[in-house]
Design a binder for this molecule. Structure first.
Ligand code: AMP
Length: 485
C-alpha cells in the first residue's frame, strides 16, 4: 500500500513482522494513524504478561503522538469464545442460564481489565469494540467470503478454505505444505485440515444453553479470527497503518486475519506495519493462565507501584523477551528511584527560586533551545533511540548518562539549564509514563514518607545520634534514594 506522497516527515524507523526488517515509518494519511491491537479474551483477570504487552503498545502510541501524529487506537474485546463458555460452565448452577452467565462473566472481566489498564497508566485506547456488538458485521464478512469462493458451509459451520488464498501464512513465513499436519481445528466436515472456522454452528446434540446468534447458516457464534477483521473493516476500512499483538498471535490468528481481509478486498497489504511484543516469561516459560505461572496485575500492584512495573517493562525492548523475577523488579524499582531523587533535586532548586508551579511552567514555556551540552547530548540520544524502533532500554540509559554527568553540577548551573532539564523529563514522562504517577492502588505516599524520614533524621542529628541517622541514609541509598543532609 502506498502512502500519501505528502506523508509527514519523521526519523522513525520501525520493525515490521511482515517485512522482517526495519523500515522508515510512513503513515497512509498525512497526520492520522489508525492503530489496532488485539485486546483480551475476558474470562479472568489480566496477568502481568498482558500488562507487558499493553504497556509496550501504550508507549508506542504515546511516542507516535509525541512526534506529531494524531493516533486512533482501537482494541477489540473478545467477549465470546470457548474459554468464556467453559469458565461459565464451571460456575453454572443446575438451572442457570448459561448464555446470561457468559455475558455477565465477560462484562465483569472487561470492566476489571479496563480498571487494570487505568491503574497501569494506560489511558490512550480510544475505542474498545466488543465482538458481540458486531455480529452483523461478522455475518456480512462471512457471507462475502462465501460469495467470493473463499469459504464454504458444512453442517458444523462455515470455514475459510486456506488453499484458495495463495499467500496464506506470509506473516509467520510458514511453508503452507508444512501446515498439513498442523491441526488448526479438527473437524471431519472440513475440506482440508488447515481450513479454519469463520462461524461455528450450534449442533443440537451439543447444545447446552451457550450463547448463539441467528445467521444464514443457522444458529451459532463467530470464529475468533473473523471478529477482528469485521471490526477493523467497519471502523478503519480495508487497509490501515498498524496492527499489534503478542508474538503468540502471529500464527494462526494474524495470518488468518490477513487471509480474510485481503481475500475480501483484493488489496494488499491489509496493514502497513505489524508490531509484535515479546513474552514476559517466568523461568524461561511464557507466563500464561493455562500454565498457572501467572501473577495478576492486581496482585502485583499490591506490592509494587505501577511506575515501577512500567519502568521494568520498558527497560527491555518491546520485541525482546523479559524474564520476570521479584529480584529484577526490585532492581528496576531501585533504578527508577535514582531518577526520581534526581528530579526531586531539580524541584528543590526550582521551588527555591520560583513562587509556584505556574511560574515554573511559564518560564519553561519561554525557554529557548538549551546551551547545556550534557543535556543536549543525552536528549538527542534519547530521541535517536526512540526513533530506532522504540528502543526504550537505550533511551532510558541516556537518562542515566544525563543524571551521572550533571548531578554534581546542579548547584552551579544557571536556572534556565535546570528548567530545560526538568522540561526534558516532563517530555520523557509523557512518552514513557514512568514518573509523577500517584499510585492510588498501593496507597503510595512516597514524597510524604521521604519528608517524614528527612524530619526524623534531622532530629537524630540534633540529638547527636549520627550513627543511626547515617544508617537510615545508607539504607535509603541502597534502595536508590540519594539523600543529602
Ligand atoms: P489473551 O487474552 O490471552 O488473548 O492475550 C491478550 C494479549 O496479551 C495478546 O496480545 C497476547 O499475545 C498477550 N500476552 C498474553 N500472555 C503474554 C505474556 N506472557 N507476555 C506477553 N504478552 C502476553
Amino acid at each position: 500500500m502506498e502512502s500519501n506522497t505528502d506523508s509527514k516527515t519523521n526519523n522513525l524507523k520501525v520493525y515490521s513482522t511482515l517485512s522482517r526488517s526495519k523500515e522508515n515509518f510512513k503513515s497512509i494519511n498525512k497526520t492520522k494513524i489508525k492503530f489496532f491491537v488485539c485486546g483480551p479474551t475476558v474470562y479472568n483477570d489480566a496477568h502481568i504478561g498482558h500488562g507487558r504487552t499493553y504497556v509496550s503498545f501504550d508507549m508506542i502510541k504515546r511516542y507516535l503522538e509525541y512526534i506529531g501524529y494524531s493516533v486512533v487506537y482501537m482494541q477489540n474485546i473478545t467477549d465470546i469464545d470457548d474459554k468464556i463458555i467453559n469458565r461459565a460452565k464451571e460456575m453454572a448452577g443446575e438451572d442457570e442460564n448459561l448464555s446470561l452467565l457468559c455475558s455477565n462473566l465477560a462484562k465483569k472481566y472487561e470492566r476489571r481489565y479496563k480498571e487494570d489498564m487505568e491503574s497501569l497508566n494506560i489511558k490512550g485506547v480510544n475505542l474498545f469494540m466488543r465482538a458481540t456488538d458486531h455480529i452483523d458485521e461478522i455475518i456480512s464478512q462471512v457471507q462475502r467470503l462465501i460469495d467470493k469462493g473463499y469459504a464454504y458451509a458444512t453442517e458444523n459451520g462455515v470455514y475459510f478454505e486456506v488453499n484458495k488464498f495463495e499467500e496464506f501464512a506470509k506473516l509467520s513465513n510458514r511453508n503452507i505444505e508444512e501446515l498439513e499436519g498442523h491441526r488448526l481445528q479438527t473437524d471431519s466436515t472440513k475440506r482440508d485440515e488447515k481450513d479454519f472456522a469463520l462461524w461455528k454452528l450450534r449442533t443440537s446434540s451439543e447444545y447446552t444453553g451457550e450463547p448463539v446468534w441467528d445467521s444464514p447458516w443457522g444458529k451459532g457464534r463467530p470464529g475468533w479470527h473473523i471478529e477482528d477483521t469485521a471490526i477493523t473493516e467497519e471502523y478503519f476500512g480495508e487497509q490501515y497503518d498498524i496492527h499489534g499483538g503478542g508474538l503468540d498471535l502471529i500464527f494462526p490468528h494474524h495470518d488468518a486475519e490477513i487471509a480474510q481481509m485481503e481475500a475480501l478486498s483484493d488489496k494488499k497489504p491489509m496493514v502497513n506495519y505489524w508490531f509484535h511484543t515479546g513474552f514476559l516469561n517466568v523461568n524461561g516459560e511464557k507466563m500464561s493462565k493455562s500454565l498457572g505461572n501467572f501473577i495478576t496485575i492486581r496482585e502485583l500492584l499490591k506490592e509494587v507501584s505501577a511506575e515501577t512495573f512500567r519502568f521494568f517493562v520498558l527497560s527491555t525492548h518491546y520485541r525482546s523477551p523479559i524474564d520476570f523475577s521479584k529480584d529484577s523488579l526490585h532492581q528496576a524499582g531501585k533504578s527508577l528511584n535514582k531518577i526520581k531523587s534526581y528530579i526531586a533535586e531539580l524541584d528543590t532548586i526550582l521551588n527555591n527560586h520560583f513562587k509556584d508551579n505556574d511560574e515554573i511552567e511559564e518560564r519553561m514555556d519561554l525557554l529557548e533551545s538549551s546551551t547545556y551540552n550534557v543535556l543536549n547530548e543525552s536528549s538527542s540520544s534519547f530521541f535517536n533511540a526512540m526513533d530506532d524502533d522504540f528502543n526504550t532500554p537505550k533511551a532510558i540509559s541516556s537518562l542515566f548518562e544525563l543524571i551521572n554527568n550533571s548531578k554534581n553540577q546542579l548547584n552551579e548551573l544557571n536556572l534556565d539549564d535546570i528548567l530545560a532539564i526538568k522540561k526534558f523529563f516532563i517530555i520523557v514522562n509523557d512518552i514513557l509514563g514512568i514518573f509523577f504517577l500517584k499510585d492510588e492502588n498501593t496507597g503510595d505516599h512516597e514524597e510524604e514518607l521521604l519528608d517524614l524520614i528527612g524530619d526524623v533524621r534531622a532530629k537524630l542529628r540534633l540529638e547527636k545520634q549520627y550513627e543511626l541517622s547515617d544508617e537510615i541514609r545508607s539504607r535509603l541509598t541502597d534502595l536508590g534514594y540519594e539523600i543529602s543532609d
